[in-house]
Design a protein around this ligand. Structure first.
Ligand code: SF4
Ligand code: SF4
Length: 358
């Protein structure tokens, strides 16, 4: 079981284009860091506002990864005026980071306007994309709109039936980003969820770091929400990638470690409060895997709702694999035990237990 597979060796031979940042890029990086530090300071000072929201302007995707339950192949973009209203609502609640998700956000024809509006609220603007539609001029437009962060998840080296988010296809896009992007780029590699060659994650991470991007590794949650321990080969790759990308993980090791071992975590999920998931219908949900709770319009969401959910225990938290919500919740891990178990939207289910969507 050698990690040095043929594909890894082939990838290692690819020319590496190391980023040499311009003064504009360095200035943007410094001001972005200062804004991030300010957002963490304000989250420490007050529990009454969301830290991060994921918002979906487009449920349609140009790919069809078999493990994904977050896309369709037919829906229209959310009209831009409606998207701008929703961004303003997130601003009204004091949201610090607004990340555009999907579906595939780059399919939305007015994406740049949405990004610019996020920045206008004072929030940090992020985007999660499969990267297929990136071109130099598209990247320049994202720079101009004020994008702060982009994340691309790359699932394998060669496309297969599970996923076409492959290094072979996306390497050209990564080179474009290295050359043109003023924003921070993170490349996420994955193990689990039917990914055929676990060692691909190592190849992807090495390539990302070689291009000057940051890199993280995640475990694919398969839609059933069940924790499964990693197999031996997946585990070896997981350890290697985490050693490569140690800085990204030091604070969250124990959470990630438990997921990798298929063990439950003991933590306070602040979804509905510090973290909001806004679907294409403009409804607030706990997260992508708990849509329907509380499932109410963002336009009516108030600080009182944020405060109630801060103190509401989520019954799904022990087996949760959604690390972004864990990271956001970590800000408040030291305070405010959750005293309520009343979950809006849960009345139709037995004993108020949250039921993850499939
Ligand atoms: S690219 Fe992303 S949104 Fe599209 S099907 Fe794959 S995982 Fe889902
Ligand atoms: S514990 Fe996990 S699955 Fe449950 S609401 Fe929180 S983020 Fe979503």
């Amino acid at each position: 079981m050698a990690l040095e597979t043929t594909t890894a060796r082939q990838a290692a031979k690819r020319p590496t284009v190391k980023r040499s940042s311009t003064s504009v890029q360095r200035w943007k990086a410094v001001t972005r860091k200062l804004r991030e530090l300010g957002s963490i300071g304000s989250a420490l000072a007050s529990t009454g506002h969301p830290y991060m929201a994921h918002i979906v302007p487009m449920r349609r995707c140009n790919l069809a990864c078999t493990y994904c339950n977050e896309y369709d192949d037919f829906s229209d973009p959310v009209p831009v005026d409606e998207m701008l209203r929703r961004i303003d609502d997130l601003g009204r609640l004091g949201t610090s980071v607004i990340t555009i998700s999907g579906g595939e956000p780059l399919l939305h024809p007015e994406l740049d306007q949405i990004i610019a509006r996020i920045r206008k609220t004072g929030a940090i603007a992020g985007m999660i994309t499969n990267g297929y539609l990136l071109m130099p001029d598209r990247i320049e437009r994202l720079n101009k709109a004020g994008l702060d962060h982009m994340q691309i998840s790359i699932d394998n080296v060669m496309p297969d039936d599970v996923s076409k988010k492959s290094l072979k296809v996306l390497d050209a896009k990564l080179k474009m980003l290295a050359e043109y992007a003023d924003f921070h780029v993170n490349i996420n590699s994955v193990v689990g969820g039917g990914i055929a060659n676990p060692s691909d994650a190592l190849t992807v991470s090495e390539r990302a770091l070689g291009l000057g991007f940051s890199s993280t590794i995640g475990i694919i949650h398969d839609g059933s929400g069940q924790l499964k321990p990693l197999g031996d080969e997946e585990r070896a790759v997981w350890d290697k990638v985490r050693n490569l990308t140690r800085r990204s993980y030091s604070r969250f090791n124990h959470f990630q470690e438990a997921i990798a071992n298929g063990k439950p975590n003991d933590w306070r999920c602040r979804a509905g409060s510090r973290y909001l998931y806004i679907c294409e219908l403009g409804l607030v949900h706990y997260c992508s895997q708990q849509r329907g709770y509380p499932g109410v319009p963002l336009s009516g969401y108030q600080t009182a709702d944020v405060k109630r959910e801060f103190l509401t225990e989520k019954s799904c938290s022990p087996n949760c694999t959604i690390s972004c919500v864990h990271q956001v919740s970590y800000i408040d891990h030291w305070r405010a035990p959750q005293t309520s178990q009343i979950t809006p939207g849960a009345s139709s289910h037995d004993a108020g237990q949250l039921v993850q969507i499939r």
